[in-house]
Design a binder for this molecule. Structure first.
Ligand SMILES: [Zn+2]
Ligand SMILES: [Zn+2]
Ligand SMILES: [Zn+2]
Ligand SMILES: [Zn+2]
Length: 442
């Protein structure tokens, strides 16, 4: 068996000794968390970033620049904002800058940065892993880690750090300590899962009402009549179909091994169905993970660390592949349909594609599709600016109108994934899209 041997310089200098003492103290504190301490720190850092954004940093120039570079937040964190009590006054402020950044990005075909809230969480996870590794030789830390608290992806991350081979002795006790693998342990925690679950009954009712055997153009016309991105809707349709199939699958008749590979988001969505099919998938993933870790251990014992870590690579998620394929197919359909001038005109008057999908399609999409999103981004931004103007004290003699909901509606033009592909009016909580109180003069 592989036995970790600390390099001679591990405790050598006083400075390192001081750093390690601090790391042990920090690690002991981190290990008080429920479940995986790395997931806990990541999720807490994201919640802290979001709380501070709502309370204060939304007006900080540096933070605003990060939010604009990312064209807002990721779908999950936009859902936090939409559901937050601050949405009525904060969302218009956020969207005013984000929609302008969206038009600039569209014109320049520029790159989009990652959600700053997610980035903050990932940094916290990275710091936690380094702290745990630095403190690992201390028995107060190694004993807890060997008890199986880390989730499988974070144990893999820990072992992949420079010097991570020091913690390889964890794997054996970790494997024996973990009897039953709950989903949180298999793929990590998913704080957005409950918010996504609220969209599921609405999506399922919508898709159940559709006639899959209707002619292609009739289905395209149906999508065009809706106030949402048709590509995002097609993506959700594919997503729900796959998860329904996997949830209903009986032992032996369901998905084959390669088809049960699901990422964190998809596995949590499936597990929430609490069906026998979902249990079967989780069991099979658990067996596969055990096997992966056994192979890792064998390779590691033979001294081939890179190859050993290769055995722990997460396979491509079947759900993510289905989504991507549905997006590609719908974009190809659109490229064909828009060759017809009458249908191109109908598309131009519709909600059209969200910015994310126009950017993703790039040059493959007819210019009419991009023109449609540019119009909507500019129009909703005008309405958002109007909302903010009417909130000012000097405009108190003016009535607030439909423009007050523009900040909420604009999210479907920016990235349809925020509302799981649904028109804003059909999303959970859309009834609360209300204007803000007028500001009293300071
Ligand atoms: Zn974790
Ligand atoms: Zn995010
Ligand atoms: Zn879209
Ligand atoms: Zn996935």
């Amino acid at each position: 068996m592989f036995t970790p041997s600390a390099p001679r310089h591990w405790w050598s200098s006083r400075r390192e000794r001081g750093d390690t003492t601090q790391a042990v103290q920090d690690a002991v504190r981190l290990l008080r968390a429920q479940g995986c301490p790395v997931c806990a720190e990541r999720d807490e850092a994201r919640a802290r970033w979001f709380g501070y954004f709502v309370a204060e940093s939304h007006s900080d120039e540096a933070v605003r620049a990060e939010v604009h570079a990312a064209l807002g937040l990721c779908p999950g964190h936009y859902r936090w904002l939409l559901a937050d009590g601050s949405a009525s006054w904060l969302l218009p402020q956020v969207q005013e800058g984000v929609l302008a950044a969206g038009v600039r990005t569209l014109d320049a075909r520029g790159a989009v940065a990652r959600c700053p809230c997610c980035v903050g969480g990932d940094r916290a996870a990275g710091r936690t892993l380094h702290t745990l590794l630095a403190a690992y030789p201390d028995a107060r830390v190694s004993t807890v880690l060997e008890g199986g608290v880390l989730c499988a992806p974070h144990l893999r991350d820990l072992l992949g750090l420079p010097g991570g081979e020091l913690a390889a002795a964890l794997v054996d006790p970790w494997l024996s300590a973990v009897d039953e693998w709950p989903v949180d342990l298999l793929v990590g925690t998913d704080p957005d899962g409950a918010a996504r679950a609220a969209y599921v009954p609405i999506l399922d009712a919508l898709f159940a009402s559709e006639d899959d055997r209707a002619p292609t153009l009739a289905r395209w016309e149906g999508d065009t009549a809706r106030a949402c991105c048709p590509v995002c809707l097609a993506r959700e349709r594919a997503n729900r179909r796959l998860l329904h199939w996997e949830a209903r699958a009986e032992e032996g008749t369901g998905p084959r091994d390669a088809e049960v590979e699901l990422c964190r988001r998809h596995l949590h969505d499936l597990a929430r169905t609490r069906t026998p099919g979902a249990r079967t998938v989780v069991d099979r993933l658990q067996d596969r993970a055990r096997e992966q870790w056994r192979r890792f251990r064998t390779r590691q014992e033979r001294g081939n660390r890179v190859e050993a870590l290769g055995h722990l690579e997460a396979p491509v998620c079947r759900g993510c592949r289905e989504e991507r394929s549905a997006e590609d197919r719908y974009l190809a359909l659109l490229a064909a349909v828009l060759l017809d001038p009458g249908r191109a005109a109908a598309h131009a008057r519709s909600h059209g594609l969200c910015l994310r999908h126009v950017l993703r399609a790039g040059e493959t999409l007819p210019v009419e599709a991009a023109g449609c999103v540019r119009t909507w981004l500019k129009l909703t931004r005008w309405e958002v600016t109007e909302t903010l103007r009417k909130q000012e004290w000097h405009a108190r003699h003016e009535e607030a109108g439909e423009e007050t909901t523009a900040a909420f509606r604009s999210t479907t033009h920016l990235d349809g994934r925020i509302g799981c592909g649904l028109p804003r009016a059909q999303q959970p909580g859309a009834d609360d899209d209300i204007p803000t109180e007028r500001e009293e003069p300071g």
